[in-house]
Design a protein around this ligand. Structure first.
Ligand code: NAD
Length: 465
């Protein structure tokens, strides 16, 4: 999804090749490997985020009208927490691990070594432009790699800020930022990388995967899709509505793990709608347009796409929009599962929440099974058996029980999709695994020389397998 009318700064194909070659030189020279150096670079990134956090907040406000607190909660602070957790555990996570050898091979000493991959390419989208660029960077640094970062052209202020700041704090050759849009990303993808982490939509993911295949480069694909919600918890209606409203309308609905649509039984639709309206009023006031806490749609094209999606929809509340401000109110629509409309067939990625009546939880589960595997599934139910049924019978990147979104900001659990919602995962120690090769080192001492027993002439070999 790329807007041609957005301002952009670009780098020529020649200089892109040069940037990648420089990063590779740094890696090949062994500069990025020592743990002390990795720690220094993490310290430098921490300083950048602390000292220049205000600049990043302003850039996020300029591009997406994010409230500074929200930027700290979901972007800058999340990266800082990841960084500190990673730095604290770096020695432990990267320490070679002894593994016991098979009895028939004794004496044998085996260990597993985490080896950096080389030069990693990170291609990030616009919706959390700091988080989705720098979270992978933390893991890639910790694993001892050089990194080329490609921020999204749709958030040009953030992109420019990071391109400006990063080389002032980090090793500018090992960690490079390439700004630009499709031509620059295409030129980057012609280069050989040792790993590519792409976050964005499935169509571009195919372009990335095809380009990666040329060099047999492994990829982590962090994609999206429709993340469904099941609701049947009458007891906690108000809390559920508050949590859902927070998860849905954070960043104006432009979150890959945002609740996409809610399934509930017919008798609960109106009560949930009213509770959501009350939650929206409490968070953003009666006119969210004037609220400093409510964001904006990233581009005119995405704004037009979302307004078009409301055409003919049964709007329960919201729907007000203003193209000049790229504003679209928090909106709930009532829909049917088999509707052939954009809100029910495509990922919404905006502030529209359809509520759909289904007969029961079993029907909701069967519906989920019939569609692409979601990035996230949320279940709001007071009944443990219902919660367990969703966990056991469906497949998704993650499941949130009674809460949306949290899994995406945590460093203790892997973040990633499954099937159409992505392949591979990162965050915390899982990033170390993603950006490293787990290399077995096997040592067979010369004495006693038990290996002779496995050598020809085989007439002498005992059957020991
Ligand atoms: P986007 O348009 O910013 O694209 C992402 C990146 O791909 C950008 O850096 C862009 O320059 C590059 N790109 C775009 N077109 C390209 C092309 N033809 N060739 C090469 N590179 C190209 O972001 P988007 O795709 O609109 O992001 C929204 C999608 O991302 C949604 O589907 C959302 O669910 C998903 N998403 C997933 C996660 C996750 O972590 N799983 C997080 C955020 C967003």
């Amino acid at each position: 999804m790329t807007d041609v009318d957005e301002p952009e700064r670009s780098t020529s194909a020649v200089s892109i090749a040069h940037v990648v070659a420089r990063a590779r030189d740094r890696f090949d020279a062994g500069v990025t490997r020592p743990l002390a150096w990795r720690r220094e670079q993490l310290d430098a990134l921490e300083r950048l985020l602390v000292e220049r956090g205000r600049d990043l907040e302003q850039a996020l406000h300029a591009d997406l009208r994010k409230h500074p607190t929200e930027s700290q909660l979901t972007e800058i602070g999340t990266v800082l927490a990841e960084l500190r957790h990673t730095r604290k555990n770096l020695e432990r996570w990267t320490a070679p691990r002894k593994v016991p050898g098979e009895a028939q091979l004794l004496p044998i000493r085996s260990r597993l070594v985490l080896e950096p991959l080389g030069v990693v390419l990170v291609i990030a989208p616009w919706n959390y432009p700091v988080n989705l660029l720098l979270m992978p960077l933390v893991g890639a640094i910790a694993a001892g790699n050089a990194v080329v970062l490609k921020p999204s052209e749709l958030t040009p202020t953030v992109s420019a800020a990071i391109a400006d700041l990063l080389p002032r704090y980090l090793d500018a050759e090992a960690f490079a930022v390439v700004e630009g849009a499709v031509p620059e990303t295409t030129a980057l993808l012609e280069q050989r990388f040792d790993h590519i982490l792409y976050t964005g939509n499935g169509a571009v993911a195919r372009v990335v995967a095809r380009a990666a295949a040329e060099h047999l480069t492994p990829t982590t694909l962090e994609l999206g899709g429709k993340s469904p919600v099941w609701f049947d918890d009458d007891e906690h209606l108000e809390q559920v509505a508050r949590r859902l409203a927070w998860g849905k309308w954070l960043n104006c609905g432009q979150t890959c793990v945002a609740p996409d649509y809610v399934m509930t039984t017919p008798g609960r639709v109106d009560a949930l709608t009213r509770a959501l309206q009350a939650a929206v009023d409490a968070m953003f006031g009666e006119d969210p347009r004037t609220s400093p806490d409510y964001g904006r749609i990233v581009s005119e094209r995405h704004h037009a796409r979302l307004v078009d999606a409301l055409d003919g929809a049964a709007i329960a509340f919201g729907g007000q929009h203003d193209a000049n401000q790229k504003y679209l109110a928090p909106t709930v629509v009532h829909a049917r599962l088999d509707d052939d409309t954009a809100v029910m067939t495509e990922e919404i990625f905006g502030p529209i929440l359809p509520i759909v009546a289904v007969p029961d939880a079993d029907a909701a589960i069967r519906h989920i099974l019939g569609r692409d595997k979601p990035l996230a599934l949320y279940v709001f139910s007071a009944d443990p058996a219902t919660r367990q049924a969703f966990v056991e019978r469906t497949s998704s990147g993650a499941v949130g029980l009674d809460v949306p979104m949290l899994q995406a900001g945590m460093h203790s659990v892997p973040f990633g999709g499954v099937g159409q919602s992505g392949a591979g995962a990162y965050h915390g120690e899982f990033s170390l695994r993603t950006f490293s090769h787990l290399k077995p080192v096997v040592h067979k001492p010369h004495r006693p020389d038990t290996l002779r027993a496995a050598m020809p002439p085989y007439g002498r070999v005992k059957r020991f397998l």
